[in-house]
Ligand binder design. Structure first.
Ligand code: OOG
Ligand code: MG
Length: 255
């Protein structure tokens, strides 16, 4: 168990100091259960410092993301309140190692959702949906990692921005979206890129988090995963997503 604690400390320190570290498992030999144990232990450190769990993020739920990062298994990570960047607010570049942004759709739940659920059951637990942006920031040098590496590193989770909460009782299976940096469109896509329908990502989140003994709670946010490849962000940028029917959200990158 000691190497679990050691790597959890390494990755937690790397995130806190915004300083990249070497991959912990470049050969991809570690059991995924151990990688998730490292993730869990690193989040427990945040919680011990006063951060609160507020949800879950899904990763590699679209082909664009799998292709960009060269991995093809759905993964998940844990969100805390400290990761929330308020809509329209500024987040300091210096807090990150080498941040990227990607357009996502977010769910907020009105009741617990756990285990093997159908898409209909998942939808019934959704309070609202919103256009969202994830700020990912691998703690590994050069943003390079194996599957166990990225799982241990909380699936590169670093920040998330949520736009206007909207009625989930509408068809959000194929909403056009655009990621913009300083008003210039840098990625276009559709929510359909997320496992064919973003609800499938919520179904997977319900199963995976329950298996980890941390079932999705009422009030929790689930980030469904990037619909397009991620883009590097730089100090001075205004990063925004515009989503058909749901509206837009954005944030500023400070120094
Ligand atoms: C890993 C996280 C993947 C997504 O939305 O697919 C992810 C990474 O790309 O660094 O957040
Ligand atoms: Mg993401």
């Amino acid at each position: 168990m000691t190497y679990i604690t050691e790597f959890a400390t390494l990755l937690d320190d790397a995130a806190r100091n915004a300083k990249g570290v070497d991959q912990i498992d470049p050969g991809s030999k570690m059991a995924l259960a151990d990688a998730y144990a490292i993730q869990s232990a690193s989040i427990q450190k945040r919680v011990a410092r006063g951060e609160k769990r507020v949800g879950v993020k899904m990763g590699f739920t679209s082909r664009s993301k799998m292709v960009q990062m060269g991995l093809n298994d759905v993964i998940w990570g844990r969100l805390t309140d400290a990761m929330l960047v308020e809509e329209g607010a500024k987040t300091a570049f210096s807090k990150y190692v080498h941040p990227r942004a990607e357009p996502e759709i977010a769910f907020v739940l009105k009741k617990e959702l756990a285990g093997h659920v159908t898409a209909v059951e998942a939808l019934a637990a959704v309070e609202a949906i919103a256009p969202a942006i994830e700020i990912i920031d691998s703690r590994y040098k050069d943003f390079k990692f194996s599957l166990p590496d990225v799982i241990a590193d909380n699936a590169s989770s670093s920040g998330f921005v949520i736009g206007p909460w909207c009625d989930p009782r509408q068809d959000f299976s194929n909403l056009g979206l655009a990621l913009q940096i300083d008003g210039k469109v840098v990625q276009v896509g559709s929510t359909a890129a997320i496992l064919g329908h973003p609800l499938r990502s919520l179904v997977a989140a319900a199963r995976l988090s329950a298996e980890a003994g941390e079932p999705l709670q009422a009030g929790w946010v689930v980030m469904a995963g990037g619909a397009t490849a991620a883009e590097w962000i730089k100090p001075g940028n205004y990063v925004s997503v515009e989503m058909e029917k749901l509206g837009s959200c954005g944030f500023h990158v400070g120094e």
